[in-house]
Design a protein around this ligand. Structure first.
Ligand SMILES: Nc1ncnc2c1ncn2[C@@H]1O[C@H](COP(=O)(O)OP(=O)(O)OP(=O)(O)O)[C@@H](O)[C@H]1O
Ligand SMILES: [Mg+2]
Length: 318
């Protein structure tokens, strides 16, 4: 079972869109998937067309009222289950503040389900509070969605520091397994520059860092209006627009996730680094490598000028 927290404290970077459509793509690839909605906004639950009725248990009840994970599960289809969120979750951080072992409540609750699942995908809120920490403590992997704009890396240090703290204190196997570019504008110089900066950042890390083996996914999620439309119909991109770029991108991403190689355990990782592979982790995909070093077009023409106007939504979103 692989448990993957989709985390970035920055708002509107594509966490929920990615969590829902990755979960749906993996389910279509015949994997048993649980999607946990840990955001009080309950966007992932709505995206799957799920609305909680009065009295039904949600992730709030699991965290605060001692409900079992089983009580809060909803079957979406043959392969996909949802643990929905509720607005009450806003108060959970406060309500949990005096509770013992409050960081690992979710981890302990979902543990009995893990044998029945292939994947657990956790959609995190845009903050690094107790909800995100519960998500991290219940996960082995962190997937960070990034929108490639000029402030993309701002806040990444804090995020990685949180992952490291949780790894040190609660979950020794936790690691950043992937960085995903979302709302990608193919061909812009800015997107290439941010991709290169992220590659360099990972290369400069040391094997003990929780992000040293992170893969920068070859698949970029292109900006696609169908992805923005489908939540209001309560449908995943595969039901709403199966022929769209969005469906193609998330299916390709699921393929990459399924093909990912486990990083070596720490002592072996150190040995590999000492044997002269400090320049980058072996799982780094060749195309991403090429992207990282790609210069102007082969015919000598400079790359396209940066096409994102300063007042575009992606710049404003930060
Ligand atoms: N590839 C894309 N192309 C176009 N629109 C997108 C794409 N990905 C996400 N969106 C839209 O951008 C907005 C923000 O996406 P999303 O809700 O997934 O971000 P988030 O990180 O979960 O936000 P929050 O931090 O509020 O939870 C949504 O309206 C979503 O439909
Ligand atoms: Mg969200």
């Amino acid at each position: 079972m692989r448990s993957i927290a989709i985390l970035n404290q920055k708002g509107g970077v594509g966490k929920t869109t990615s969590a829902v459509n990755i979960a749906a793509a993996l389910a279509r690839a015949d994997r048993r998937v649980l999607l946990i909605d840990l955001d009080p906004q309950a966007h992932a639950s709505m995206h799957l067309g799920y609305e909680l009725n009065d009295g039904e248990a949600s992730v709030y009840d699991v965290l605060v009222s001692g409900a079992s994970a089983l009580e809060a599960l909803r079957q979406i289809d043959d392969r996909l289950m949802l643990m929905p969120s509720h607005l009450d979750l806003v108060a959970a951080e406060l309500e949990l503040s005096g509770k013992d072992e409050r960081e690992t409540i979710l981890a302990r609750a979902v543990q009995p389900l893990y044998d029945e699942l292939d994947f657990c995908i956790l959609d995190c809120p845009p903050s690094l509070g107790l909800l995100a920490i519960n998500a991290l403590a219940a996960s082995r992997e962190v997937l960070i969605p990034l929108q490639p704009h000029f402030l993309a890396l701002q806040g990444l240090g804090k995020l990685l520091q949180t992952v490291s703290l949780v790894r040190g204190a609660l979950s020794e196997h936790l690691r950043v397994s992937g960085i995903l570019f979302t709302m990608f504008e193919t061909g812009t110089r800015l997107a290439q520059e941010v991709t290169r900066d992220v590659q360099q950042f990972i290369r400069d890390s040391s094997p003990e860092d929780a992000w040293h083996w992170a893969r920068v996914f070859e698949t970029h999620i292109r900006r696609n209006i169908k992805l923005a439309e489908c939540p209001s119909f309560g449908q995943t991109i595969f039901d709403y627009a199966p022929g769209s770029n969005g469906a193609e991108d998330y299916m390709a991403l699921a393929g990459e996730i399924l093909a990912m190689i486990e990083p070596p355990p720490l002592p072996l990782a150190m040995a590999i680094a000492q044997l002269g592979m400090p320049d980058g982790p072996p799982p780094l995909p060749p195309v991403a490598e090429a992207l990282a070093t790609s210069e102007p077009e082969a015919d000598g023409t400079p790359p396209e000028p940066e096409s994102t106007p300063p007042d575009s939504p992606e710049v404003m979103a930060s």
